[in-house]
Ligand binder design. Structure first.
Ligand SMILES: [Zn+2]
Length: 284
């Protein structure tokens, strides 16, 4: 689909725009909006996408052999806080590596539930896979930390994917976008206004990479342009609901959005990195 304008900031000069992968290629994303991001936004976005893909998502990507632009794959991956020693780092051969993947679970999206009845909070969801006998016998490793997830980068990536899906489905002028500040402003604090979890988690998929849906969804009495997104669906990861905007004639939804914009920013407690101390245990 040819856009001809930056979908994030609205700048449009043909020739200075580049193609935009809605879901990162490194997660098997193959849906491209052509001529859809300017250089400044591309730079901004690649900063947080890279932090996620090379940070919290790296071990799972390497362990399950996802796409990578670089041809050479690492022989070892780092384990952090090995033996419980803070800030220590130990390299383990990829075949023995204890894979961890952490994601935030969050209440909301709360756009339809203002003012908040409860302070939104982030709780970690954890996937782990390790072989106790190999770790303890070969590497003397029984205590380590999960890979650390940069929560800001995670939520900004979700917002970016949802916005791109909405542009693809409704056209840049076919909906009123809500997520631009979440995507473009590094310090945007209140993710839970737009991002939350869907109530009933679906079954894991056999496919690798990601699972997305986009459509108009009714929450309360308002209709929103809403995306459902999960990464690594084969690991039964959390499924997120992201409110990308509203149709131009959805006055109830637009009124809710206006209320969000008028609210003072929340403190950024939602954005602290997530990491869990783990003990290796014998698999049952
Ligand atoms: Zn731009």
């Amino acid at each position: 689909m040819l856009i001809g304008q930056c979908i994030y900031c609205g700048v449009g000069h043909e020739g200075q725009l580049s193609d935009e992968h809605v879901v990162p290629l490194a997660l098997h994303g193959n849906y491209v909006l052509r001529d859809a991001s300017c250089e400044a936004c591309r730079h901004n976005i690649s900063g947080f996408e890279t932090a996620l893909l090379r940070g919290g998502f790296r071990a799972a990507r390497e362990a399950f052999v996802y796409n990578s632009r670089s041809k050479s794959r690492p022989q070892t991956l780092p384990v952090f806080d090995a033996h419980g020693v803070t800030d220590s780092r130990m390299n383990i051969p990829v075949g023995d590596y204890p894979v961890t993947l952490i994601m935030p679970t969050i209440s909301g999206p709360q756009i339809d539930d203002l003012p908040y009845k409860q302070k939104p909070g982030v709780m970690p969801w954890l996937y782990r896979s390790h072989n106790f006998d190999v770790l303890s016998a070969k590497h003397n490793l029984t205590k380590f930390a999960s890979n650390s997830l940069d929560v800001r980068s995670f939520f900004r990536t979700l917002a970016k994917v949802a916005h791109g899906l909405a542009v693809g489905a409704f056209g840049l002028n076919g909906f009123v976008p809500f997520l631009r500040p979440v995507i473009l402003e590094p310090d945007y604090p209140a993710y839970s206004r737009f991002i939350g979890m869907i109530g009933v988690q679906p079954q894991p998929l056999l496919e690798k990479g990601f699972e997305v849906e986009i459509g108009v969804e009714t929450l309360g009495e308002s209709e929103y342009v809403s995306a459902r997104i999960r990464f690594f669906p084969e690991l039964n990861t959390p499924f997120y609901r992201v409110i990308a905007g509203a149709l131009p004639d959805s006055s109830a939804a637009l009124a809710k959005w206006k209320k969000v914009l008028e609210m003072p920013p929340l403190d950024p407690h939602e954005a602290a990195p997530l990491r869990i101390e783990l003990n290796a245990t014998r698999n049952k």
